[in-house]
Write a protein that binds this ligand. Sequence first.
Ligand SMILES: C[S@@+](CC[C@H](N)C(=O)[O-])C[C@H]1O[C@@H](n2cnc3c(N)ncnc32)[C@H](O)[C@@H]1O
Length: 267
Amino acid sequence: MKIVEGDIVQLVDTKGRRYQFRVRRGAQFSFHKGVVPHDELIGLEEGSVVISSHGERLLVFKPTLAEFVLKMQRGAQIIYPKDLAAILMLADVFPGARVLEAGTGSAALTLALLRAVGEHGVVISYEVRKEFLEVAKRNVEAFFGNIPENLILRERNIYEGLVEDDKNLDRMILDLPEPWRVVKHAKASLRSGGILVAYNPSILQIFKLSKRIKKTGGFFITGVHEVVVRAWEIGQRSIRPEHRMVAHTGFILTARRLSVAGTERSY
Ligand SMILES: C[S@@+](CC[C@H](N)C(=O)[O-])C[C@H]1O[C@@H](n2cnc3c(N)ncnc32)[C@H](O)[C@@H]1O
C-alpha cells in the first residue's frame, strides 16, 4: 500500500528504534540523525527505505495495530498486545458479534474489538471518566480516520447497570477494578452461550470475581489464564531472549452464560 497524506507512518532506524507520526504535506520529521521531509514519504510503497539528511537509513511502514497501541496517547493503562490477542481468542470474538466492554480507558481493547467484529458487528464501550473517553475518541479517530458508526461510547458507571438497549450481548469484556460488581448485569444482558471475560492485574480480583459468579449462578467458569511472552533477539553470532520483558500484566477469567431459561447454578 502507498503512503498518502494523513496516514500514520512508522519509521524504523538502523538500531530498530521506531518513530510514529502522521504524514502532512510540507512538514518534516526530525530526530537525532537528521530530518526527513514528509513530502518524500508521500507516494512511497510500504516497506521502502528513505535516507535522512544525516545519511541514516529508515524503513517506512504503516504501524500494525499492536505497534499503534504501544505508541498512542494514554489516559488509563492499556491492555498490552499479548493480552489483546489472547482476549480476542478466549472471548471468541467473531465478525458480526455484539460486544460490550468496560472501561474504555485509552481504547486499546476497543480498537482490537472493532477490528475483530468488523463492519457488521457492534462494540458498546462504557467509561466513567469523561477525560479518558476523550483520549479514547482521539485514539480511535487516529487509527480508523473517524469514529466508526458501529462503536457506541457510553459515559457511564457500569456498576450502576447497563442502559436498556444493551441486551442480547454475545460477549462482555471487563477491564475494571471491581468486575464482580458487574456480574448481575452480565447475567441479565448476555445471551445464552454468551461469554464473559474479565482482565485483572491481581489474582485476588479474579478470585473475588469467581466467587461472585458462583454465588450469582447462571455461568460456567471456563478458565483463568495468564499470557507470558518472551521475545528473542537475532544477533550476528547468537540468538537469545531479550534482556527485558513485560513480566506481568494481568489474568484473564472466562465464563459462559448458561441457558437463560435454564439452570440458575454456576459451574
Ligand atoms: C485499565 S483501564 C481500561 C483500559 C482499556 N481496556 C484499554 O485497553 O485501553 C480501566 C478503565 O475503567 C474505567 N472505569 C473504572 N470503573 C468504572 C466503572 N464503574 N464504569 C465504567 N468505567 C470504569 C476507568 O476510568 C479506566 O479508564
